[in-house]
Design a protein around this ligand. Structure first.
Ligand code: AMP
Ligand code: GLY
Length: 421
């Protein structure tokens, strides 16, 4: 089969790497890909947000299947567009992608179907929001409704900062805002829980723990993710059952009641408190860096699983996992998540070699004249799987030290809550 993957992050490199192991694969394209995908696929410089030019490429190259990595093209309706053109595509359609595209859409489902989540209010004007905030308990969470590249969430400690958040949102910091979401601050531990769905049935995929803050000990600014591990230390049979019965089942029921179906990965972002799950958010894709830490544990042919979702035959598949512990540490450009240099060479990268238990997935990298350059904030994902988290992390850190890249930094404490030091 000829397959195209949309996206250029670590998630897409991890997907490409797994897909490239499938005997069904004939040729892989990454649009646009990165310096890591070059060795597995043909990178294609093309703006996939221009659906017409994407379609032209897919037709000219007789692509059999498109796998969509990031959320924005999904929320913009790339799946609906390609299906209309009879092109097989893996990912949810525009309507159900609102689960990520509109936080208020998801909150309304939670309300109607009794899904445990933070208490919330939706406000149409700044005045209404200010008057609510005057009597609210702090901390409180103020959210822009739409996609905001992970930046539309404000955790506010006091009235002044919460008012400022409302003001910034209504002033259009994240695009035109007709409403703002204000919700209760949930205490607990976060967990990323994934399911795979073919529209008729769904299956539990795996769990992971992301580390979003830039600094060790989970301090400092929020980032796209500094590292992750899988499986999550929080998961147990009872919690799993509650997540399915209280959150995932009612959500799929809601989708059915809308006359829709959901195909693709669903990322359930949870807060766990006293072994009870609360929904923080949905994402309509794999997580990044969760994908990089989860996929090396998958024992199935990923392409078979994806095709069974497209063909609505997921029921007949057993999803199998290696009983290992996986850790991903992200090497970032100095300065990230603020200002950082671009086009910085990573000289030793060719010296590091992947094997059965160690993987490097590129993110913000580009290959020019046979040299690899960093061009993003999150640059490389170092992943190791082994019998325990400590040895996985030791291997990863040793490899990052071997790379010895002056322009980068990373968190040495990924997984600190589950690794006894
Ligand atoms: P979101 O974009 O909704 O995932 O929010 C980004 C991050 O903000 C989450 O991963 C949480 O760490 C935090 N967050 C969002 N909503 C809440 C909440 N109601 N209570 C506590 N933390 C939250
Ligand atoms: N790891 C967070 C995300 O993918 O949104």
């Amino acid at each position: 089969m000829k397959i195209a993957i949309l996206g250029n992050g670590g998630r897409e490199h991890a997907i490409a790497s797994k897909i490239s192991k499938s005997p069904k694969l004939e040729k892989l394209y990454c649009i646009p890909g990165n310096a890591g995908t070059v060795s597995l696929a043909e990178n294609v410089e093309l703006d996939f947000y221009n659906f017409e030019s994407l379609l032209q490429f897919l037709k000219e190259n007789k692509i059999d299947l498109v796998i969509v990595g990031p959320e924005k093209p999904l929320v913009d309706g790339v799946v609906d567009f390609l299906l209309k053109e009879n092109i097989k595509v893996f990912g949810p359609n525009k309507k159900v992608s609102q689960l990520e595209g509109s936080k208020i859409f998801t909150k309304k489902i939670c309300e109607k179907y009794n899904i445990p989540t933070a208490q919330f209010g939706v406000f149409r004007t700044d005045t209404e929001a200010y008057s609510y905030l005057k009597n609210a308990n702090m901390p409180i969470v103020v959210k822009a409704d739409g996609l905001a590249a992970g930046k539309g969430v404000y955790i506010c400690e006091d009235l002044e900062s919460s008012n400022k958040a409302v003001q910034e949102i209504f002033n259009g910091k994240f695009g035109l805002a007709e409403q703002v979401l204000i919700e209760e601050f949930l205490q607990g531990d976060e967990m990323s829980y994934f399911v795979l769905s073919d529209g008729k049935t769904y299956k539990r995929f795996n769990t992971a723990q992301d580390h979003k803050r830039v600094g060790e000990g989970d301090i400092g600014k929020n980032t796209g993710g500094m590292g992750a591990y899988s499986p999550s230390g929080l998961i147990n049979a009872e919690l799993d059952k509650k997540i399915i019965s209280k959150i995932v089942n009612p959500t799929f029921q809601a989708i059915k009641d809308m006359g829709e179906n959901y195909k693709g990965f669903l990322y359930v972002g949870l807060m766990i408190k006293n072994n009870n799950p609360y929904l923080i958010e949905y994402n309509v894709r794999m997580g990044d860096p969760e994908c990089q830490t989860i996929l090396p544990l998958l024992a199935n042919d990923l392409l078979d699983l994806i095709l069974s979702c497209c063909d609505e035959t997921l029921e007949s598949q057993d999803i199998l996992w290696e009983r290992k512990k996986s850790i991903c540490v992200v090497l970032c450009s100095n300065g990230y998540p603020d200002i950082y240099k671009k086009n910085v060479e990573i000289p030793n990268i060719e010296n590091l070699k992947n094997n059965d238990s160690f993987f490097i997935y590129h993110a913000g990298t580009e290959k020019k004249d046979n040299k690899v350059y960093a061009n993003g904030g999150r640059v490389l994902n170092f992943v190791s799987i082994s019998d325990n988290f400590k040895s996985s992390r030791d291997i990863v850190i040793k490899e990052i030290e071997n790379l010895d890249w002056d322009n980068g930094f990373y968190r040495r404490d990924i997984g600190y809550k589950i690794i006894d030091i």
